[in-house]
Design a protein around this ligand. Structure first.
Ligand code: ADP
Ligand code: MG
Length: 293
């Protein structure tokens, strides 16, 4: 299947779902589809990494299969595991039936290592699906390095070997998006298999367009003020600069408060929507002279 016809096509169709791309994002999304390569999207929290995968699925009519990474994620949670409880019940049932007829272990063994007893996890699910699939491997930097080895295997051959069942080969390659907050460096081997996209805070014009696409009721004037204020906040030396997610939240906040414009007093009152460290709030109040309202 062709995912996108061109970078312009990617920009247009992602845009139609409400996801606004810049040139690098649209081009990388097109190439990931055309070359059948995973895309690795790296950048700070809240800049649209996860949302990009969702938008690709929405734009192409594919189903999203998500593997959320975390510390301690293992093969049994990422790939597959056997349903031991069910296997045990089957063995018990067959051995009590076998009291009369003689228990046949070989037969039972063949029986309990079949599809019926397999719990498929996201990686295997994505490989086995026959319909178009976007596989989102979210926050891959949170896993341990061993999981990266597993991902390498899966993402290089798009096949999985289950000793008792045989090798499962993808009939249809999923569109793979890996995201990372860069909490740690990913291995060169993993990066080599991917197209790399760095997402950062957008410029004022694109941020305005994004906020307007998510909160269309807000006035033009108010978005301009909001985007300008967010820009100033990002220039400060903060622990956590406000992201696009926070801009959108702020827009909704101002709307809920029925605000006509964003003055320093209102910014002060609603600062908790965009800055979530007290030291960041204090710095912003001091340096941007936000008066208490
Ligand atoms: N380019 C964009 N177009 C439209 N909305 C966006 C864009 N980038 C980010 N967003 C919005 O910002 C929010 C945070 O994005 P998300 O993908 O969750 O961030 P993260 O980079 O942490 O995965 C989402 O709810 C999404 O609506
Ligand atoms: Mg995310």
């Amino acid at each position: 299947m062709t995912w996108f016809d061109s970078p312009d096509d990617a920009a247009k169709r992602l845009g139609d779902t409400g996801y606004l791309t810049d040139a690098a994002t649209a081009t990388t999304a097109f190439l990931a589809g055309a070359l059948g390569k995973p895309m690795l999207v790296e950048g700070p929290a809240g800049v649209g990494k996860t949302e990009l995968a969702k938008a690709v699925a929405a734009a192409t009519g594919a189903e999203l299969v998500r593997l959320q990474c975390y510390e301690g994620l293992d093969e049994a949670r990422a790939l597959y595991e056997w349903n031991y409880r069910k296997q045990l019940l089957r063995i018990q049932a067959q051995s009590s039936a076998g009291d009369q007829t003689g228990f046949d272990w070989e037969q039972t063994h063949d029986d309990i290592f079949t599809d019926e007893f397999l719990l498929t996890r996201p990686l295997l699910t994505a490989i086995r699906r026959e319909d178009p699939t976007v596989l989102l491997i979210d926050e891959v930097d949170k896993t341990d390095v061993e999981v990266e080895g597993l991902l390498l295997e899966v993402l290089s051959d798009f096949q999985v070997t289950i000793p008792e069942l045989g090798t499962v080969v993808a009939v249809r390659r999923p569109f793979v998006v890996l995201t990372s907050n860069a909490a740690r460096e990913l291995s060169e081997a993993l990066k080599r298999r991917c197209l790399y996209l760095h997402l950062d805070y957008p410029d004022a014009e694109r941020e305005k367009a994004i906020v307007l696409s998510r909160v269309p009721e807000i006035t033009d004037r108010l978005v301009d003020q909001l985007v300008e204020m967010i820009g100033k906040l990002r220039e400060l030396d903060l622990k956590k600069a406000p992201s696009i997610a926070e801009s959108i939240d702020w827009a909704r906040t101002l709307l809920a408060l029925d605000a006509g414009h964003l003055d320093p007093a209102l910014a002060h009152r609603t600062l908790g929507v965009v800055l979530k460290h007290v030291s960041d709030q204090e710095r912003a109040i001091r340096e941007l002279r936000l008066a208490r309202g």
